[in-house]
Design a protein. Structure first.
Length: 312
């Protein structure tokens, strides 16, 4: 392998790509991020420091930067939190990194599969208990929103695009008011596939579980709650989270979900809630999830070891 440059300041800073002072054979790891977090969010900085402690040259690099990705030994997808807004461009970037022969975490095939929430249909066909969903593929002639709700017998529902993240364009339609939102629903489906789910009251009352897995093994869990009067658990919408030990049954259910994922993800987060005592999957996050390293102190160390070992 051709020696890669490294800055001796890298152990103290994981900010901008450093100016090189001397040559080393230390592995160079690109932690892919986006424009709004050029130095990585605090959670991902924990992983970067774990890599640096192991002798790696770990650097945050914007996924859309004009750089030679083949200059890196490995690319780890982390805070690419705008990928859903530039989906085709993001998939093109994955293709280029893969074509360059640079190992990706997670693997390119997993990233592609997980970038469209219609992967939930694959999981459901495989026997996974997911939150019941009606899908509206673009141009598929889906019935009106009111007709869907009547067919399903639903009250309040939540609607979102199939390609989305961070609750972007996610909205709640109150029972009996579907006709008022028909134009917005039609405009969304004209842009791309969408999903309709019943409003899950348990998320607001009991919370949503996030279970973190490293190398296929359960690491730790957090319980997330929305802000009062809201249903979105994301921090940017006022949601909160706390470290909580999930019951063994919930962990087993999440492990069974992960077993149905095509491929072997280096990191994963399974999000779901308990409905009538059964764990139901809401999302399986395999691209850029917050992994709550502060709540699982050994998780970043384990992921760093896995990355430097070249995978599982």
């Amino acid at each position: 392998m051709e020696p890669k440059p490294r800055s001796d300041d890298n152990a103290r800073s994981i900010g901008k790509v450093p100016r090189h002072r001397y040559i080393s054979v230390m592995p160079t790891i690109a932690l892919a991020t986006y424009a709004a977090a050029p130095e990585l969010p605090p959670d991902d900085q924990i992983l970067a420091r774990a890599l640096v402690r192991r002798g790696a040259d770990a650097r945050p690099v914007r996924w859309d930067a004009k750089v030679d990705w083949s200059a890196f030994d490995t690319v780890v997808v982390r805070s690419c939190w705008d990928y859903h807004l530039r989906h085709a461009e993001f998939l093109g970037w994955i293709d280029r990194v893969e074509t360059a022969g640079v190992p990706l975490h997670n693997a390119a095939s997993i990233l592609r599969w997980n970038s469209d929430k219609r992967y939930l249909r694959d999981l459901e066909r495989a026997g996974v208990g997911v939150v019941h969903t009606r899908w509206s593929d673009a141009g598929s002639g889906t019935p009106t929103l009111a007709a869907v709700l009547a067919e399903e017998g639903w009250g309040d529902v939540v609607i979102k695009p199939a390609i989305s993240a961070s609750a972007t364009e996610t909205w709640r339609v109150p029972a009996g008011r579907a006709a008022e939102w028909e134009d917005r629903f039609r405009a969304m489906t004209a842009r791309g596939p969408a999903m309709i789910q019943p409003f899950i009251a348990e998320v607001a009352t009991a919370g949503e579980w996030s279970l973190v897995f490293i190398g296929g093994e359960f690491s730790h869990s957090v319980l997330k709650l929305p802000a009062p009067g809201d249903f979105r658990v994301q921090e940017e919408h006022g949601g909160t989270q706390q470290a909580r030990d999930a019951d063994a049954e919930v962990v087993r259910a999440a492990q069974a979900v992960l077993a149905r994922v095509p491929g072997a993800p280096s990191y994963a987060r399974v999000d779901g809630c308990l409905i009538d005592g059964r764990f139901r999957v809401m999302e399986v996050e395999l691209i850029e999830p917050t992994l709550y390293f502060t709540e699982g102190p050994r998780a970043a160390e384990r992921l760093a070891d896995l990355i430097l070992a070249g995978g599982r």
